[in-house]
Design a protein around this ligand. Structure first.
Ligand SMILES: C[S@@+](CC[C@H](N)C(=O)[O-])C[C@H]1O[C@@H](n2cnc3c(N)ncnc32)[C@H](O)[C@@H]1O
Length: 291
């Protein structure tokens, strides 16, 4: 598979400034010029099942409910292992997100696919010498083992908040769509763990759900039970600033524009992803950088 050349890490990538206040004319004008990813079919992954804007109101207020204080559980993900590939595997935004993250990662040497799920991202890591696939869900890991029976992909059950690897073990760490299932205190632990297991000069790529302007306007929850995939018990949607705070030296791209055709997803993110992220657009965010 041909993957595009990644942009070099650069400190300027950090999000600058805060978007204008909700409802301001400036913000509305700006938003009108860009894709509004949540309006078009297929239903974005992580979106409310209930129809119409603000569907997540059906799941309660945006305040701190019980589910907003506890990170996602392994049991919940065990229950989703069988259906997971059917839900995600063909979603153009999901595929673009993973491909871009891998392109920014430049896989080589020993790579950790951290929170690997069913291994949807694993084939994109083929340039690595060795792939370690970690997840805390035993059922997810069973799917990975069935897909990649050889020795090149080594699965391990473990928690991203306390990774079962020695310091400086990996040349690359991919964390695709995992941190969004941790509460903020756990996100900090996980970010420290990702840095700890990377070799000096090693690269990481982390993708998360974006709390985009479109979602804010449609009153999607900031955090809590998402009401999307049956069984997913917690999601945290990041602003660009929040992701930059977790990975201060990272560059951040917006990825995923449901209004755009599948073939344009990668082009758009490569041409304008950094700029779009700073302005609150895109279904997902991808942070990438070097330890
Ligand atoms: C949305 S899936 C993403 C899977 C895969 N990376 C992908 O992009 O398709 C989230 C995965 O993170 C795993 N996960 C969530 N919290 C975790 C934790 N604290 N430690 C390890 N894995 C975790 C879940 O079991 C699940 O497989």
């Amino acid at each position: 598979m041909l993957l595009p050349a990644p942009a070099p890490a650069h400190p300027r990538a950090r999000c600058q400034g805060t978007p204008p206040a909700a409802g301001s004319r400036k913000r509305q004008r700006r938003a009108g010029r860009f894709p509004r990813e949540a309006r078009h079919a297929p239903r974005p992954f992580g979106a409310p099942r209930t129809a119409g804007a603000g569907g997540e109101h059906a799941y309660g207020s945006t305040g701190m409910s019980e589910s907003a204080r506890i990170s996602s559980s392994a049991t919940a993900w065990d229950g989703m292992a069988r259906e997971y590939d059917g839900d995600r595997g063909h979603d153009p935004v999901y595929v673009a997100c993973v491909r871009q993250a891998v392109a920014d990662l430049e896989p080589c040497g020993r790579v950790l696919d951290c929170g690997c799920g069913t291994g949807l991202a694993t084939p994109y890591l083929h340039a690595a010498e060795r792939i370690d696939a970690l997840d805390f869900s035993a059922r997810m890991l069973e799917v990975v083992q069935a897909k990649f029976p050889g020795h090149r992909v080594r699965t391990r059950q473990g928690d991203v908040r306390a990774l079962p690897y020695a310091d400086r073990s990996f040349d690359r760490v991919l964390v695709a769509n995992v941190l969004q299932h941790l509460v903020p205190a756990d996100q900090l632990r996980a970010a420290a763990e990702i840095r700890r297991v990377l070799k000096p000069g090693g690269r990481y790529a982390v993708t998360v759900h974006h709390f985009s302007l479109t979602k804010q306007r449609a009153h999607w929850k900031k955090q809590g039970r998402p009401g999307s995939h049956d069984g997913c018990d917690y999601i945290f949607r990041y602003t660009c600033e929040e992701l930059a705070a977790l990975f201060p030296n990272a560059r951040i791209r917006a990825v995923g524009f449901y209004r755009w055709p599948a073939r344009s997803q990668l082009l758009l993110t490569r041409l304008a992803g950094h700029w779009l992220a700073r302005r609150g657009h895109g279904h997902m965010l991808c942070a990438y950088g070097t330890r």
